[in-house]
Design a protein around this ligand. Sequence first.
Ligand code: CUA
Length: 269
Amino acid sequence: MLEQVDQSERRVLLYAFTTSAVHLFLIAISVAFLQINVPTCQPNEKLITQGFIRSISPKHIEVHYLAKMWFFEPRQLLIPVGTKVDFFLGSVDVVHGFHINHTNINLMAVPGVINKATHIFSKPGIYHIVCHEYCGMGHQNMTAKIEVSESAVGVTSDLKQPIVGEEPISETPITVGEITARKLFEIKGCAACHSIDGTAGVGPSLQGISESKVQLDNGTTVTADEAYLKESITKPQAKLIKGYGPVMPVLPLTDDEIKKLVDYIKTLK
Ligand code: CUA
């Protein structure tokens, strides 16, 4: 009886060790020969506030993608066949997805974090990028594309700023003290939904909102004083302005950043 149990346990152990060994072997093959690498988080990189491209060598570039409601920057990229691309991905508002068709690149764009993956584009064609994480009203329009061409001589994109050279990446993370309130307003993604010139967007314009009377969706009217502004940032759904849906996310902000944003909104006359 005892011998029988021992034998079946031995079989189970043998099976477990064999399958583990096969898996480890396949992972080693993937990393060493198939250039499949595990996406990594880049804790010391400066946060991405706009898309940009850096050239490392003629056949190796870094593309820093910005994910934002509801687009990617850059939207279009044209590269020669055989280009190795290091993808860096950041978000300024909510969590977005980032999947490149026909590749193993599948990342999440998470606010406050940069994720990285690498791919060598050895076949020509159009590679569509889609956001595959529901991120709000315009989610289904959140796409970009990479064209890999045999005739392309260099890298081109729809970005306004030119491709930067080989300067090293800054290791200094952004801190509140170093950036202006206006920049903070953009970096945190506020500007994606709130204009500062009176134009209504996904959210109400913030021009002149401070100390004004605002009508809420529950029919009451309140004064948009400092306490209201602060509450609307920390608990966006608490007192919704009439005509706007409960779509604003709670952003990971420090008390300093909240104060800076409230002070900034007060200046928008
Ligand atoms: Cu971004 Cu869905």
